[in-house]
Ligand binder design. Structure first.
Ligand code: TTP
Ligand code: MN
Ligand code: MN
Ligand code: MN
Length: 352
């Protein structure tokens, strides 16, 4: 078992980004139960409701002790009345009745199945369900899919199986080696869940820069090379960051050259998702911070920067709106410092 953190480590900030949050926490069973409720709200299109669960989950993940009494629940930030009563149910009975009801619900199972297709969100899944589709075979036969969804369906099984850190690291090292073969000056960094030291992974995310700016043409050379070596097997999207044509409702929309695709894992032979992001060296600290995640951490630190510091933080820059000037930062540490964080937040504690 893990070493318990001390009572004095309790941090009750309402800002997720200010509280150290590990991947696996002291109240993991409770977190897993609440994640079912959060996901169900998301799947039926109740985003606000889902977000309320996500914030409560983050609050619990950052709490360093086993939650087994009502006084502890009372002090948790970002837990509203409804979720509060579910937590009481959990400490009294060891479970949340609603969770099992959801897990047995046919529509929930179908929506979850459909959203497991890369490129399918709740809106599309809900539409297919309404049209009477129930299985992946129904979708394959009767629905017109876009390119990303076709790939998502083709590799459905592998994409929905989480990778171990060993496998994800092996893919990262394989790609890194190929990039450094092209030029030793490339700086190749694991980002996303791999950098946060999560114990399992949906994909591999890699950030690349070069002191002489060579990253701007790298993808055009790298992707054909990796394809020849049977490492890359599909391209999902290749964004040219200079052409601002792609529109996205994603909060994390940025303007980097990037490539999302599929690789064949050398270690297991399974097909895995890979994201490659190119950044200038000047933007590197901001890209690193923005692409390390978690998504909750990013949302929180951006809101904190805006509301408390009157700054606009993106994956490209930090703009101080009070002075109307860009803040130059050499590394992540300087960004946290400028935003008034008492300490640097290690990536492994950004798992909110
Ligand atoms: P993901 O790869 O989606 O998530 P993750 O690595 O935290 O976990 P896993 O892959 O195992 O599910 O995204 C990684 C980070 O990249 C995320 O915290 C936010 C950022 N991001 C963007 O900035 N823009 C984007 O378009 C996407 C998809 C992610
Ligand atoms: Mn990832
Ligand atoms: Mn993901
Ligand atoms: Mn990713």
């Amino acid at each position: 078992p893990k070493a318990k953190r001390k009572q004095e480590d309790i941090n009750l900030s309402k800002w997720e980004c200010m509280r150290p949050t590990p991947d696996i926490c002291e109240n993991q069973n409770l977190v897993e139960a609440l994640k079912v409720l959060q996901e169900q709200r998301y799947l039926i299109g109740e985003q606000m409701n889902s977000d309320a669960y996500a914030r409560a989950i983050a609050s619990i993940k950052s709490y360093p002790n086993l939650i087994d009494n009502i006084n502890q629940i009372k002090e948790l930030p970002n837990v509203g009345e409804k979720i509060h009563s579910l937590l009481i149910q959990f400490i009294e009975t060891g479970k949340i009745i609603m969770v099992n009801q959801i897990l047995n619900n046919e529509n929930y199972k179908i929506l979850k199945l459909f959203c497991g297709i890369h490129g399918v969100g709740p809106t599309t899944a809900g539409k297919w369900l309404k049209e009477g589709h129930k299985t992946l075979e129904d979708v394959e036969k009767h629905v017109k899919l876009n390119n990303a969804q076709k790939i998502g369906l083709k590799y459905y099984h592998d994409f929905n199986e989480l990778m171990t850190t060993e496998e994800a690291m092996d893919i990262f090292e394989t790609i890194k080696k190929q990039i450094l073969n092209l030029d030793e000056g490339f700086v190749v960094t694991a980002i996303g869940g791999l950098r946060r030291k999560k114990e399992s992974h949906n994909d591999i995310d890699i950030l690349v820069t070069h002191p002489k700016g060579l990253e701007c043409d790298l993808l055009d050379e790298l992707i054909p090379l990796l394809t020849n070596k049977d490492i890359v097997v599909e391209t999902i999207v290749h964004y040219d960051g200079n052409i601002g044509t792609s529109s996205s409702s994603d909060n994390h929309f940025d303007h980097f050259n990037k490539w999302y695709g599929v690789v064949k894992s050398p270690l297991t032979g399974k097909y895995r998702r890979l994201d490659l992001v190119m950044t200038t060296t000047k933007e590197y600290p901001f890209a690193l911070l923005g692409w390390t995640g978690s998504k909750m951490f990013e949302k929180s630190i951006r809101r904190y920067a805006a509301e408390i510091k009157n700054c606009k933080l993106t994956s490209h820059h930090l703009l101080d709106l009070s002075k109307n000037e860009m803040v130059e930062c050499q590394n992540e540490e300087e960004i946290f410092e400028y935003l008034g964080f008492p300490n640097f937040v290690q990536p492994e504690f950004r798992n909110c």
